[in-house]
Design a protein around this ligand. Structure first.
Ligand SMILES: [Zn+2]
Length: 473
């Protein structure tokens, strides 16, 4: 090899390397650091009116959308159209089949020792009363536990009234202890011989609006009608009971179960640039109860997660993995869409990197928690840094799943929990008061910004997030 050729080769090599360096520099200039990309998207989302516009559209063009009603189908169509209009890369639906229940008439009044109309609502899947109603003496229990501990036949031929009031907390932790009366009140009352059960609404408000929600029967225990009354009416009942005279109520409920119905989970994706099969799942439930327009439960979650994925999908630098938004069918009547999703996708768990559901209204997010393998905590601390400017603190690695992610979580999927301020949530939950005017647009935007940070960082992580043993590419 002559000197000349050698120098030509070294010149060529130099040229090759210098062009590499040059292109790396150009790339560096074109591609900012991940934290800069995410900060910019976060700040953009925090000012965005998109989530509010989505929620305004859902609550105006669809409104109440109880599972199995014609509005359920309308909501599915709305969601498909909205995903497409927002430019999601993939949009599809997956069938979810369930039993249906329809509310018709509901009324109650105190007939003795005084006369009062009561504001009540039938609990989901309650049987009706006879057409002429039930009029009976009322037996009062403070709590479901008192009812359970009362003697057999304590409520024989009577209407059971349970008056425990739900406590207000930012975290919503008053719900669990209180909701037991709604879930199991009919079964426990029937065991003691009752002909019906009426509970104080599971809610923290003082409005004269009852809160609906699911109740359950148990095989082998007689089915009795079940209703909830508004908080002011429950206060009135307590004052009447304080007079120590026999109290009578007349209750008339007309509801019926319908044929099986097939709704759909609606799914939209923004495809990841390196590992399109691996996804970060965010979402909410599309159905609502029938009394309000489902603005806070869970239209807000629908709007927040759709908008967050849209912001990421429109970004100049998309994350490595796919952002999948799942709008679950029929959460309210038993996580039916969630179970269908897990039945279909549980086998693809390895590609479900992590997830978070927004289903606690429209309050600001004040904290977040993770449930990931120890090795992933460095990724979580990246999120924490980027969440801080939104007023969000990192809590711990003990997060539980949102309701619709419970089945996937049980199969082993890692989850995050972005905690919303739920101080007012149970004022509105499952009532006619769950309407758009209760939602602050800037709170929705703050939520969206937090979901952008979570979803982007999780989807772009070098390490693949898992719940257990770390798997790398
Ligand atoms: Zn909900």
């Amino acid at each position: 090899m002559t000197k000349r050729i050698k120098s030509s080769i070294s010149y060529k090599l130099f040229g090759f390397f210098s062009s590499l360096i040059l292109s790396a520099n150009v790339w560096a200039a074109a591609k900012p650091a991940e934290s800069d990309i995410v900060s910019q998207l976060r700040d953009q989302a925090a000012k965005s009116t998109l989530p509010y516009d989505i929620l305004e559209s859902l609550t105006t063009e669809v409104g109440a959308r109880m599972a199995g009603t014609p509005q359920d189908a309308l909501a599915v169509k709305w969601a498909v159209d909205k995903f497409k209009k927002l430019g999601f890369d993939k949009v599809w639906t997956e069938p979810v089949t369930f039993d249906t229940w329809i509310r018709k008439h509901e009324s109650a009044s105190v007939t003795s020792p005084f006369q009062h109309e009561l504001k009540i609502t039938t609990l989901g899947f309650s049987i009706p009363t006879p057409e002429s109603g039930i009029e009976a003496e009322v037996i009062h229990f403070d709590t479901i536990e008192d009812l359970i501990e009362s003697p057999a036949d304590s409520a024989k031929g009577k209407i059971v009234f349970i008056s425990r009031k739900m406590e207000r907390f930012r975290s919503g932790k008053g719900y669990g202890p209180a909701v037991k009366a709604r879930n199991t009140g009919a079964v426990e009352a029937a065991k003691k011989g009752a002909v019906a059960v009426i509970i104080r609404s599971i809610g923290t408000d003082s409005h004269r609006l009852p809160h609906t929600g699911m109740m359950r029967y148990k095989e082998g225990v007689k089915q009795i009608p079940a209703a909830a009354m508004s908080n002011p009416d429950a206060d009135l009942m307590e004052r009447i009971f304080a007079r120590k005279k026999p109290v009578k109520i007349k209750l008339r409920l007309d509801s019926h179960t319908g044929p099986k119905y097939t709704s759909h989970n609606v799914i939209g994706e923004m495809t990841g640039r390196e590992f399109p099969d691996e996804k970060v799942v965010i979402g909410a439930h599309l159905d609502s109860w029938d009394l309000g327009t489902g603005a806070v439960d869970d239209g807000a979650g629908v709007a927040i997660t759709m908008a967050a994925a849209k912001v990421i999908g429109d970004a100049k630098h998309r994350p490595k993995r796919t952002i999948r938004v799942v709008l679950f069918a029929n959460e309210e009547q038993g996580l039916v869409g969630a179970k269908a999703y897990a039945a279909k996708h549980g086998g693809d768990l390895n590609n479900h990197v992590t997830g978070a559901e927004s289903d606690f209204g429209a309050g600001k997010i004040y904290a977040f928690a993770s449930r990931v393998a120890e090795d992933n905590l460095a990724v979580v601390s990246k999120m924490a840094k980027l969440m801080k400017p939104l007023g969000i603190e990192y809590l711990n690695n003990e997060a539980g799943p949102g309701p619709d992610l419970i089945p996937m979580y049980r199969l082993g999927m890692s989850v995050f929990s972005l905690r919303q301020d739920g101080t007012d949530y149970f004022d509105l939950h499952h009532t006619a008061d769950d309407t758009l005017d209760k939602v602050e647009p800037e709170n929705l935007a703050q939520n969206t910004a937090a979901y952008v940070v979570f979803a982007y960082i999780a989807a772009n992580s070098e390490q693949k997030i898992t719940r257990g043993v770390l798997k790398t590419h």
